[in-house]
Design a protein around this ligand. Structure first.
Ligand code: A4P
Ligand code: MG
Length: 203
């Protein structure tokens, strides 16, 4: 440090940081050190299903405040909840992530990712290029219709439970118990592993 600087000014690094800045940094730090675990279900039964699921994985990983921890194998599944053979089969997969986003922002992002792939949807109640559902967010249990947690139908859907169990054998569905036990109570018919296909975790 030069003599003139020392004489004329105090060292800027020792200036007190304004309290408002300290507060903001502390708040950000808390969230960054306290990411929440969330499980998302991806489904596609229109267009290039694998490409769409991979695009969804990439878009989620590209989201600030989201880090994907695991991507499940791909399953080809019969459409659930509609007449047999009325729709093409789905590709389904599950993604486990850590996020500093609150649940509402994660849902917003899920919808934005759906939108990016939903451009060709033209039939009401019809098949969809992409469905992104939040299966769980930490231990949150909520019956809010805008974001019901856990997802109200996850516990009865093998196309969610099977891939989830693949990547998290010890997983618990809040309010419902271990995924491994739930798996015993649902039919696995129409849920086939596509071992020939793979979703990549973005680098
Ligand atoms: N919403 C509430 N809770 C949640 C949540 N946990 N995650 C609200 C995501 N969204 C949630 O969803 C409708 C509204 O639900 C949203 O506005 C959101 O605020 P949507 O995705 O726009 O509509 P949807 O998916 O057509 O309706 P729904 O009733 O949610 O259908 P599901 O339960 O998502 O099921 N069969 C197979 N084999 N594989 C599939 O992936 N998917 C569906 C869709 C049906 N059959 C399937 C599959
Ligand atoms: Mg949905």
């Amino acid at each position: 440090m030069t003599a003139s600087f020392a004489a004329g000014h105090s060292d800027p690094t020792v200036q007190p940081v304004p309290a408002s800045v300290v507060q903001r940094v502390d708040a950000a730090d808390t969230t960054l050190h306290n990411p929440k675990r969330a499980v998302l279900s991806l489904g596609s039964n229109l267009g290039n299903r694998l490409e769409t699921l991979q695009g969804a994985v990439d878009a989620l990983e590209d989201t600030p405040g989201v880090r994907i921890k695991a991507v499940s194998p791909v399953y080809e599944t019969e459409p659930w909840g509609v007449a047999a053979d009325s729709q093409p089969s789905y590709f389904n997969a599950v993604v486990v992530l850590k996020t500093t986003l609150p649940p509402s922002s994660l849902l917003e992002r899920a919808h934005a990712v759906e939108e990016a792939f939903n451009r060709v949807r033209d039939e009401r109640w019809g098949p969809r290029t992409l469905d992104v559902d939040i299966v769980t967010y930490a231990e949150v249990v909520s019956d809010d219709p805008v974001l019901t947690l856990p997802h109200p139908r996850a516990h009865e859907r093998a196309f969610v439970l099977v891939p989830w169990h693949d990547v998290e054998p010890e997983a618990q569905l809040p309010g419902r118990g271990p995924v491994a036990a739930l798996l015993d109570s649902v039919t696995h018919n129409g849920v086939e592993a596509r071992g020939d296909l793979e979703l990549r975790l973005p680098e």
